[in-house]
Write a protein of this length. Structure first.
Length: 158
């Protein structure tokens, strides 16, 4: 992990860059795949001329054709790996938990952040029996939001 853009409690926008991995190795692998596609494409073009003139067997031409397909698939994989070095927020919300730090090595599938949309929150509130007579379904109570620093409307459901 070489970059983390947000801290816990910070508001996050959908599509915002959250973190990135060092892209050096992935970039080199992508360059290598590009070179391999170029090399196999040249060989394919030369052998295609020979195949079109019946100077090359179908089996030999098929080998180079498969090699070209394989090189192109490898190139797509390396392009995807390189693009996966950047992690973007899938939703807008608040970063509730950061489970990685800059300099840390992380593996595939390891959770790095918890981002949650807290624009609408369900809360279970336990009310003392002595206060239950003041609560009615559909009442519009208010609560103090520590995150937003203001009173917000609420609604009683049950």
């Amino acid at each position: 992990m070489n970059f983390i853009a947000a801290d816990e409690g910070q508001t996050i926008r959908k599509g915002q860059l959250l973190a990135s991995l060092d892209p050096t190795n992935y970039g080199i692998a992508k360059e290598l795949a590009d070179v391999q596609v170029g090399q196999v494409s040249d060989e394919y073009n030369r052998l295609k001329l020979m195949h079109d003139r019946n100077s090359l067997s179908d089996a030999d031409f098929a080998k180079v054709n498969f090699s070209l397909q394989q090189a192109k698939v490898q190139q797509k994989l390396q392009t995807k790996n390189l693009s996966d070095t950047k992690l973007y927020a899938p939703i807008s919300g608040v970063m509730l938990k950061k489970m990685a730090e800059v300099g840390e090595i992380t593996g595939v599938g390891t959770p790095l952040f918890v981002v949650s949309d807290i624009s609408k929150v369900n809360v279970n509130a336990y009310i003392p029996e002595s206060e239950l007579h003041t609560v009615r379904l559909g009442n519009r109570p208010v609560y103090w939001s520590l995150h937003w620093g203001r009173y917000s409307p609420a609604r009683s459901k049950k």
